[in-house]
Design a protein around this ligand. Structure first.
Ligand code: CTP
Length: 409
């Protein structure tokens, strides 16, 4: 099922050059399965035509509270009742100022004011020149709208249409979709602090070579994203991978197993859940050569002495906080056969309450996976699905075991 399957989204556009990105945002929302109704201010229509937005959303654009097409002449009430969420992208400085004051001079502001606030979240993706963004009036208004219940998504940094460089760019459409999807997930891990390891480690032999493995990090990044969607504060300790950090997740990059252990031990002090998905190299070269190793002409390869790496999961699982139950540890096991038997044995060996098994060679680098969850009492199979879907199911299983109240889907 798509991330926004059958979700009803009002996409609001206020005036700003970032309106050009709203077209792509609309397309991505529809692709994610949402039904989209677009509402534009007069200023927005100066930047992009309603025809474009109508074509992309497949619905007529609503621009005025006096729109005679609404049988009861109450577009602001009808749309608010219809919506599962309202996303205003771009949200201009002026539009945010209107919201802060509770003004309703145009349909979009009126709609935001009249929405059933308990049920319909309002997400704002600001977009403006960096001076406007930094102005105390804008920051004051942003604080006010957040205090009044809007979700302010923050801004990107970089080159602006005015030629200046700084804060104030609208987030990219894919980031806004990710924030919206997160917002519509149940808050199963609210109040939890989740620590995740992901990816391979890289153990240097010399300055240009090393030992590593084929782990892509995708499963761990999906777990981090799913935990954040579920309302947790998430830290992701990542080995060398080329993946985008999920929104709202704090990332610590490391290279070697020893660096990963150090980072994890520092973070584990305050975490309440630890999920070890990293494919940590079991061994590292005992000595790292300071200079590139050269062939010496003898035809003999250099002898490579190896040392065993620390077991990060087992170390954390043996810590007093984990043993007292203050830190819930989840291990992963990449196996090539006899998954249940090996997962059960590994759970006991690592001393963790929950072990997640998968068939390693079948999953490395892929977007799909299948998991087997083994705890003290049972084994639960999660059938093949995209890694993000599985990660959300795993988060639900962890929340169930932590005794978190289960929000409805
Ligand atoms: N793990 C870890 N530190 C290591 C090795 C593994 O934290 N040095 C964690 C992994 O992140 C995973 C779990 O332990 O959560 C199992 O890893 P795996 O490599 O499958 O198990 P091993 O203990 O290495 O056992 P084996 O290779 O013998 O199957």
């Amino acid at each position: 099922m798509k991330d926004l399957h059958d979700k009803r989204i009002v996409l609001g556009l206020s005036g700003g050059i970032a309106c050009y990105k709203a077209a792509e945002l609309c397309r991505q929302l529809v692709q994610a399965g949402a039904q989209v109704r677009v509402v534009m201010t007069q200023a927005a229509a100066q930047f992009i035509t309603p025809v474009t937005m109508q074509a992309l959303s497949g619905q007529p654009v609503v621009a005025s509270q006096w729109d005679a097409r609404e049988p009861n002449a109450m577009a602001h009430i009808n749309l608010g009742r219809w919506a599962d969420a309202i996303v205003v992208a771009p949200a201009s400085a002026d539009f945010i100022a209107q919201l802060a004051q509770g003004r309703a001079g145009e349909l979009l502001a009126l709609l935001c004011l009249a929405r059933p606030a308990q049920r319909v979240p309002l997400l704002l993706a600001p977009a403006m020149n960096r001076e406007m963004w930094a102005h105390p009036a804008t920051q004051r208004n942003l604080g006010q709208v957040a205090a009044d219940g809007a979700v302010v998504l923050g801004v990107g940094q970089g080159e602006q249409a005015c030629g200046e460089v700084g804060d104030g760019r609208m987030l990219e459409p894919e980031e806004i979709v990710e924030e919206l999807v997160a917002h519509l997930q149940p808050d199963r891990l609210a109040g939890q602090r989740v620590l995740v390891t992901a990816g391979p480690t890289f153990e240097p032999i010399d300055p240009v070579r090393g030992i590593t493995n084929l782990s892509s990090g995708k499963m761990g990044f999906a777990v981090a994203r799913a935990a954040r969607e579920a309302g947790a504060e998430v830290t992701l300790v990542a080995g060398p991978v080329h993946l985008r950090t999920p929104r709202g997740v704090r990332r610590v990059d490391v290279q070697t197993a020893q660096q990963m252990l150090a980072a994890v031990l520092a973070e584990a002090e305050r975490a309440t859940v630890f999920v070890a998905t990293a494919a940590v190299a079991d061994w590292r070269p005992a000595h790292v050569a300071a200079h590139k190793l050269k062939k010496d002409g003898s035809g003999q390869p250099p002898a490579l002495a190896l040392a065993e790496n620390p077991d990060i999961l087992a170390t954390v699982a043996a810590s007093p906080r984990a043993r007292s139950g203050a830190l819930y540890c989840v291990g992963f096991a990449a196996e090539s056969h006899d998954l249940l038997k090996h997962a059960q044995a590994k759970r006991a060996r690592k001393g963790v309450p929950l072990l997640v098994g998968n068939i390693g060679p079948a999953t490395f680098g892929r977007d799909d996976n299948a998991l087997l969850l083994v705890d003290e009492r049972e084994a639960v199979e999660l059938p093949p699905a995209p890694k993000l879907v599985l990660a959300r199911q795993l988060v639900a299983e962890i929340a169930r075991r932590l005794g978190q109240p289960q929000a409805a889907d």
